[in-house]
Design a binder for this molecule. Structure first.
Ligand code: E4P
Length: 229
């Protein structure tokens, strides 16, 4: 499963990219507004840090302007994935951009039939929002299961399921069990993935016991063993 970071905070992106575990970035107009930065400059800066897909969302709602915005964004770097909303105009734009060889992330997906349309329009990624469905007492993960199953029945569809609007680490594991291709997470959720109280407790005990030995791994040179051929 690929891990994308869902933020427009460059500091967080730089910090978590240093783990070597980040495969891409998603942004949206709300995250960009929160960053207070110039959108185009910010996306260019992100593309310098992360070589995987970087989603940048159009803000027009009509096909012609969406297409112009998408082409403009795609000029920033080859790893731009133009993000379009799941509307008729959005999917027309998706088809046109994907025919031109530009990656497209279709966002704001809330049903399996919408996901099928996006795949037919050549989307590189479909972004179903699990958290926002859970928020209104629907089952976000059931939608992921439906989309993964539908796509798997039509091998010609190459769209990747990008699980979005994730609220916690449990959803990441659940989506991975279903075979979703990508999870995009806020930085706080990525950090939570690393954590387990038994890891902390176990490490504390190992280090306390190690301290009793008085040894240091780097304290003496290592002679590589020479085994007879
Ligand atoms: C993904 O591309 C979306 O920007 C994001 O996951 C939305 O998450 P939210 O529902 O927490 O705003």
């Amino acid at each position: 499963m690929k891990f994308f970071i869902d933020t427009a905070d460059l500091g967080e992106i730089v910090d978590l990219a240093s783990t070597g575990l980040l495969d891409g970035v998603t942004t949206n107009p709300s995250l960009v507004a929160k960053s207070g930065k110039s959108f185009l400059d910010l996306i260019a800066e992100i593309c310098e840090v992360v070589s995987g897909p970087v989603s940048a969302e159009v803000t027009a709602t009509d096909h012609a302007t969406m297409l112009a915005e998408g082409r403009h964004l795609a000029k920033i770097a080859p790893n731009i994935a133009v993000k379009v909303p799941l509307t008729v105009d959005g999917l027309k734009t998706c088809k046109a951009l994907s025919d031109e060889g530009t990656m497209v992330n279709v966002t704001l997906c809330f049903s399996a039939s919408q996901a099928l349309l996006a795949a037919k329009a050549g989307a590189t990624f479909i972004s179903p929002f699990v958290g926002r469905l859970d928020d209104i007492s629907f089952d976000g993960m059931a939608l992921i299961a439906d989309i993964v199953e539908i796509y798997s029945r039509y091998p010609a569809l190459t769209t990747e399921v990008l699980v979005a609007s994730i609220r916690g680490p449990r959803q990441v594991a659940d989506a991975a069990k279903l075979g979703a291709h990508v999870a995009t997470m806020p930085p706080s959720v990525i950090r939570q993935l690393f954590k387990h109280p038994l890891t902390d407790k176990g490490l504390e005990a190992f280090l306390a016991d190690w301290a009793k030995t008085g040894q240091s791994i780097l304290g003496s040179e290592v002679e590589p063993l020479r085994k007879p051929a």
